[in-house]
Design a protein around this ligand. Sequence first.
Ligand code: HSE
Length: 397
Amino acid sequence: MIHIAIMGLGTVGTGVAKVIAENAEPIRRKLGEELQVKTVLVRHFKETPYRQLMTDDFAEIENDPEIRVVVETIGGVDAAYEYTKRALIAGKHVVTANKQLVAEHGCELLQLARKKQVSYLFEASVGGGIPVLHPLTQCLAANRIDEIYGILNGTTNYILTRMVQAGASFQDALAEAQEKGYAEADPTADVEGIDAGRKICILADLAYGHQVDPAQVPMDGISGISLKDVRIAERAGYRMKLLGRALRLPDGRRTAYVAPHLIPVSNPMSGVQDVFNAVMVRGNATGEVMFYGKGAGELPTASACVSDVIEVLQASPQRDEIGWEADTEGFVKPDVLSSRFYFRMLGSLSEAVSAFGSVEVLSENGETAFLTDAITGEQARTFSETLPVQACFRVLA
Ligand code: HSE
């Protein structure tokens, strides 16, 4: 019998316990022994099927030599950071879905894990149930990764989908996403692009081998998107999606950001609906590879956590290809990136043409809306500050 502990019994922690119980037999076949949750760390005792396993004292897990793996689903940084360090120091493998902790402290925690000859794995931190970190670091290891972009937040994709398809209000769609367990405890992190930002940082850390500091990554969410722009974009053959994007520039510098984009409907990313996420990775040998699946929710996220548990118990020694340098050198803001931009502004089209030169006109119902030729992010910002611009979004080529 192999014993593990779960820290935190929210949506993901409960899902981990359920997946281990429901899939006990296939898991036993893979490990050669039964996998059992021995202890569950909670802040408040609640009447759940796991009541007998609960403790509110982390030391019980830390000092239990039978517990080989700790699944951290507390979320946030404070307690999660402290307990993760202590679990690793105690010689236990740690598996997590905690993107904030990995984005901010992953480099240090991986170094600590290596020193203690245990593993720190976090497949569930990006893309929920989609296996993407493991393929990125293993199956695509022969590539130089030139670009990654993706729909990395299930809540905002759900909201955008419900707004467009069912005419739901932003608030109603958000409430539905919260009911289904997709949203963060504080959904501001979803809506304002912060959650997607943490995930693109983790992808970029692994792809480029250097720390990408979330504080340096511009993150725009969906609160500035109006249905007017969504509809104009749709009629012109584009879909509005919130993307996290990381690129390697031709000179070797790197950038990353999160922002709503207009995506041509010919790009499969435009068809990603509801809570689904998708990640496109462009390697210099493979070209584009796309990953698709449920990006949030109890069982999909738990699937990734439990798969990591199985892996750390099978892998010997720990996986060394996971990790990156602590320095952030070579990171630049995305202002340098050129692309076409969508603008909607007050004033006439002739004013737009005199400011931007040639534009592709999308105007309708008296709105002045258009696509520019390729301009840099910095130019787009300058135009937004100096003209009566009401909406400005990048267009994905
Ligand atoms: N709140 C996140 C989302 C959960 O909606 O994608 C999965 O990380």
